[in-house]
Design a protein around this ligand. Structure first.
Ligand SMILES: NC(=O)c1ccc[n+]([C@@H]2O[C@H](COP(=O)([O-])OP(=O)(O)OC[C@H]3O[C@@H](n4cnc5c(N)ncnc54)[C@H](O)[C@@H]3O)[C@@H](O)[C@H]2O)c1
Length: 313
């Protein structure tokens, strides 16, 4: 049985990825510092018994090498990251220590045990302020990310490229749009959905920063996870956008969530947040071609499932 190692495995996307890989019959080893992630996210994974192993460990730690030696992963899904954009702005060194040095520690361990491939969670944040829409992968050339978080996600591709050429470690980098779904925290890039739902279910008015007309590309977590699973065996050395190719504005998201939660109030409007883009959505045709992947969950469907999970969870 082939072993997949998932860093950030107790996080939002990582825990869904563990569930998916376990359901496919893979042996899964998850590593997470639990700085943000939660053991509770692994309830389903733990039900797989010996097929699943979890380590509480920082990706920057020396012990990562021991875990790789013990489990000899064929594929590594690298999702562990410092994901807060504001924190990266306040503490660029901390961001780089986790997102750059942590990545290198994982890559070195992967090379040492002959891992075949790393699938890396990049981010649409690396595009900075795009000039043309939908944003194509080619836009990353010469882009200037607006935050150290975006910079760390951008520079990662050059490291992955170097390790592929010089150390024979294959990779696929997936530039994720705004991923949402069950288990999401409010701090991430699509945290707006989790934040709105939490407020609405508590009967409180969520805050919309700016006019609400700003658009994003919201992709459901199951669709994003599917792309990771497929990328393990396709698209060598590829950089691919993972989103829906559709832009939705924040007011539309508010209205749909109000419908699904039964919230009757009005939003509070706050000043636009520094660096917030007016619109953003990704061109996902390359992923369709390289991975045979397409997002299949509509925004309505995905939001409904997410609201139901927040209600019961
Ligand atoms: N959610 C999104 O919309 C989105 C968009 C673009 C990219 N991404 C990327 O996808 C990946 C997963 O994001 P997520 O939304 O699931 O966030 P998350 O915070 O839920 O998951 C990240 C996990 O990494 C863990 N972690 C943080 N620092 C660590 C360290 N030093 N060592 C080990 N583990 C550590 C956290 O505890 C957390 O469980 C991240 O790399 C993120 O940058 C997410």
């Amino acid at each position: 049985m082939s072993t997949y190692l998932v860093t950030g495995g107790a996080g939002f996307i990582g825990s869904h990825l563990c569930d998916r890989l376990l359901a496919e019959g893979k042996q899964v080893v998850a590593v997470d510092s639990l700085s943000v992630g939660r053991i509770a996210n692994l309830a389903e994974a733990r039900g797989y018994g010996q097929q699943f192993t979890f380590y509480t460990m920082d990706v920057r730690a020396e012990g990562i090498r021991t875990i790789f030696e013990r489990h000899q992963p064929e594929v590594v899904m690298h999702l562990a990251a410092q994901i807060s954009v504001p924190r990266s702005v306040a503490e660029p060194q901390f961001d780089a220590s986790v997102n750059v040095l942590g990545l290198l520690n994982v890559l070195d361990a992967a090379v040492a045990v002959g891992t075949r491939k790393v699938v890396f969670a990049a981010s649409a944040a690396l595009y900075g302020e795009p000039r043309t829409f939908p944003v194509k992968e080619t836009s990353r050339k010469g882009s200037h990310p607006a935050s150290p978080y975006g910079i760390s996600k951008k520079v990662a591709e050059d490291y992955l490229h170097f390790y592929r050429r010089a150390r024979k470690l294959d990779y696929a980098a997936l530039a994720l749009a705004n991923v949402y779904g069950p288990r999401q925290d409010t701090i991430g890039e699509a945290g707006v959905i989790a934040a709105f739902i939490s407020k609405m279910l508590a009967g409180e008015s969520p805050t919309i920063y700016g006019t609400g007309e700003q658009t994003r590309d919201f992709v459901f977590v199951d669709d994003a996870v599917h792309a990771f699973a497929v990328a393990a065996s396709r698209a060598p050395g590829a950089f691919l956008n993972i989103g829906t190719g559709i832009q939705n504005d924040v007011s539309t998201v508010f209205k749909l969530l109000a419908k699904f939660t039964g919230f009757k109030g009005e939003p509070i409007y706050g000043p636009p947040r520094a660096g917030d883009l007016v619109r953003h959505y990704l061109d996902v045709e390359l992923a369709a071609k390289e991975l045979g992947w397409e997002p299949w969950t509509s925004l309505e469907e995905g939001l409904k499932v997410t609201v139901d999970s927040f209600r019961t969870g």
